[in-house]
Each structure stands twice: as structure tokens, then as C-alpha cells.
Write a protein that binds this ligand. Structure first.
Ligand code: XIL
Length: 402
């Protein structure tokens, strides 16, 4: 301002307060200033207009090294989210990289699904790599994408034995571990209060034999850490639905029995557990035979159930027969979910083989998703679409579909 008043220095055009009526100086300088402001405004409008035409935001522009924008044309069939009965979400886990870089990935995610889960971006190590230093960008990006595409966000995951930041030390006294865990849960849930419909509050707390998994949390805090985590999450966002999530509990097993017992006890103690998540990382040739009956046992406790991480891995090489069998597994899991009014969500762990975690974690397996590496729908996709086209959801309390 002092510069302007003295009339001696340059003007920052964008600073609107920098064009006071009392500017001393000649009329020519004022006209020139007006012209500069107008030119900048026109430039801003043109650039914004181009970005909107190109996609749904400047961030949609592929960056250097991104795959070619091969966005598929709008499908001439109804999408999964259009077919899904109301009240049941159809979701996918989302990988942050293609979400930033690949317009075709974004287009499919936005049109086929009405719910999203962060595959990694909301894990503790991603969010707080150093104590007190939060990195929200990845999680924020997904929440914003969801809001732009009318999708709900499933938060994954608050308390887990894996992906704990290295600064959380097993040498700490119990009280310090407890306050770090409480701060983490409270900070993350509060940040997304009202924007995340459900949280995996605890993930994989059971061992294969049904005992509580031997983790830092159990060792330092005792079994009460589970109830505490739910209570902390509830206090931070009373509106969020709170889930306990695990794998290997889809069919009847010792582990499923133990989970049922644990959920029953937590509910009896008034712990705010709203739902049970069944990860459902399944092999193509051995689906859980009694999935519906098992899910129903949980529904009978009064909780919601959700398929949270479905993928169906195929032992390589892929053949048409295996793809067909895979499609049946996907369809059967969907059927089981839709057979129960307590089933509120059906989520796949990534939707394209190009981005699946399976080849990296299950050697010799792959092709686990609904779309292939070029984002073309596979038989599994068609099986879900056909099933959804055919089925009507029950409206009464937990009931079998015919
Ligand atoms: C996996 C992610 O898909 C991978 O990208 C990551 O490297 C490891 O974690 N159960 C879970 C998920 O609850 O968080 C895991 O996700 C898959 C198994």
C-alpha cells in the first residue's frame, strides 16, 4: 500500500485492496493498471474454462508419466451403482496413484461405485509418519473425490497390528502407548466427522485359532483396548457406523465362532459396535460354503454386516474356465449379502487387475478383480450386473431371497 500511495512502485494486480480511490498519480497509470487487471481476469477465466471442459477439475489432468487417457466411453448398460438396491452400498478400495493420475480409472470409479474405501491412505503409518506430523493429502483426496461423485466413504482402518508408524515404540510404558492410540483414533475420526459413514475401528484382532492376536496393543493394554477404541471413535463422531473387520471369518470356522462371541460380548457390555466386516479375500476354487448362514448368525446379534474387501484370486495361468468359476464366486458373495437386510455394503478390494494387491502378496495368483488390466469388464463383472438385474431385495427384517 505504501508503495501505491507513493505511486512509485509496481502493483500486484491480484491484490484488489491495492487499487484505492485515493491513489495519487496520473490518469494514464490508472488506466494501465485497469488494463492489467482486466487482462489477468480474462486469462484466469480462459484457463479455468479449459480445465472444466477437459474434466472435472484441474487435478484431473494427467501428469508426466501417466498412462494415456483411455477413458472408456459411457457404458450403454446400467452401472453397478445404478443396479444396486437402495440401502446397500457398492464400493471399491481405491489406490491413490491412479486416483491422481489416470482419468479412465477415475471415470470408472465414479460411475460404477457409490462408496469408496482408502486402500492405504488412512492407515496410521500413512497418516502420521512422524509423531504429530500428519499427512492428510491422500485421504483428503479420496474424501473430496467421493463428495464430488456422490459416494460414501468407508474409513479403513484405525487400529491394526500392521502399518503402525515406527515411532510408536514397544519400549514405551503402557500409558504412553494408550495415549498415542487414543490420540490417533480421536484425531483421525474427528477430522472426517460427518464425512465418513463407517470406520473399521479394529482390524484383524483375532488369530487363526480364534484367540486374540498377539499385538503391541494386546500386550501393552490388555483385551480392553478393543472396547476403548470403539468408545474413542464413537466420542469423536457419534454419527459414524463402527465396524470390527477380519479375514477368514466368512464361512463357519473356529475363528468365525470366536468373532461371534467377541461381538456378542462387546454388545452386551454396551460397546458401540455397529457392524462386522468380512474382508473376503477368497480363492477362485474354494469359496466359503456356508457364507449366508454364517453372516446371518452375526445379523442375529443385531449388528450390520458388510463385505469389505472382496477379491477372488485365480491361480495363474488364467483360463476362461477359471474366469467363469471366479464369476460364480463373486455372484455367490453378492447373493449372500443381498439375502440379508442387515448387509449394508458390498466392497471389492480394487476393481482392476492393473492395481490389485494380489500378485504382490499371493505368489502365483492374480486376475482377482472385476475389470482386467485394460479396464475391460470381466465375466465376474457381468455376473454381478446380471445378478443385480435379476434380484429384488427383501424389504422385511433378515430374510432369505427366494
Ligand atoms: C493391503 C493393500 O491392498 C496393499 O496395497 C498394502 O501394501 C498392504 O495392505 N487386509 C486389509 C487391507 O485389511 O488393509 C490390506 O490391504 C489387505 C488385507
Amino acid at each position: 500500500m505504501t508503495d501505491l500511495l507513493s505511486g512509485r512502485r509496481h502493483v500486484v494486480a491480484a491484490d484488489r485492496t491495492a487499487v484505492p480511490s485515493g491513489v495519487r498519480g496520473d490518469a494514464r497509470r490508472r488506466r494501465r493498471l485497469g488494463l492489467i487487471v482486466a487482462a489477468v481476469l480474462v486469462l484466469v477465466l480462459v484457463v479455468t474454462g479449459l480445465a472444466v471442459v477437459a474434466g472435472d477439475g484441474v487435478e484431473d489432468e494427467p501428469r508426466a508419466g501417466a498412462p494415456p487417457p483411455s477413458a472408456p466411453a459411457a457404458p450403454d448398460r446400467p452401472t453397478l451403482r445404478e443396479l444396486m438396491p437402495s440401502g446397500v452400498r457398492i464400493g471399491s478400495a481405491v489406490d491413490g496413484r491412479p486416483l491422481s493420475l489416470d482419468p479412465a480409472y477415475r471415470a470408472l470409479l465414479g460411475t460404477e461405485f457409490n462408496a469408496v474405501t482408502t486402500e492405504n491412505a488412512m492407515k496410521w503409518r500413512s497418516l502420521e509418519p512422524s509423531e504429530g506430523v500428519y499427512v492428510w493429502a491422500g485421504a483428503d483426496q479420496l474424501v473430496e473425490f467421493a463428495e464430488q461423485h456422490d459416494q460414501e466413504v468407508y474409513g479403513h482402518t484405525l487400529v491394526w497390528h500392521s502399518d503402525v508408524p515406527t515411532w510408536v515404540s514397544p519400549q514405551w510404558p503402557a500409558e504412553r502407548v494408550r495415549s498415542a492410540l487414543k490420540d490417533h483414533v480421536t484425531e483421525v475420526v474427528s477430522r472426517y466427522r460427518g464425512r465418513v459413514w463407517a470406520w473399521d475401528v479394529v482390524n484383524e484382532v483375532l488369530d487363526e485359532d480364534g484367540s486374540l492376536r498377539d499385538t503391541l496393543w494386546l500386550r501393552k493394554l490388555g483385551p480392553g483396548y478393543i472396547a476403548d477404541a470403539f468408545r474413542w471413535a464413537h466420542a469423536a463422531d457419534p454419527g459414524a457406523r463402527l465396524f470390527i473387520n477380519d479375514y477368514g471369518v466368512e464361512g463357519r470356522s473356529r475363528k468365525a465362532d470366536a468373532l461371534l462371541k467377541l461381538v456378542g460380548e462387546l454388545r452386551r457390555d454396551g460397546v458401540p459396535v455397529d457392524g462386522v466386516g468380512f474382508q473376503s479375500h477368497l480363492p477362485w476354487d474354494a469359496p466359503p460354503p456356508d457364507l449366508t448362514a454364517n453372516l446371518r448368525r452375526f445379523a442375529d446379534l443385531g449388528v450390520s454386516v458388510a463385505i469389505t474387501e472382496l477379491d477372488v484370486r485365480i491361480e495363474l495361468p488364467v483360463t476362461p474356465a477359471k474366469l467363469k468359476r471366479q464369476a460364480e464366486v463373486y455372484r455367490d458373495v453378492l447373493r449372500s449379502c443381498l439375502a440379508l437386510s442387515a448387509c449394508v455394503s458390498f466392497t471389492v478390494w480394487g476393481f482392476t487387475d492393473a492395481r490389485s494387491w494380489i500378485p504382490g502378496y499371493h505368489r502365483g495368483y492374480g486376475a482377482a478383480c472385476l475389470f482386467d488390466e485394460d479396464l475391460r469388464p470381466k465375466p465376474a463383472y457381468s455376473a454381478l450386473a446380471d445378478e443385480l438385474g435379476r434380484l429384488t431385495r427383501p424389504t422385511a427384517a433378515p430374510a432369505e431371497t427366494p
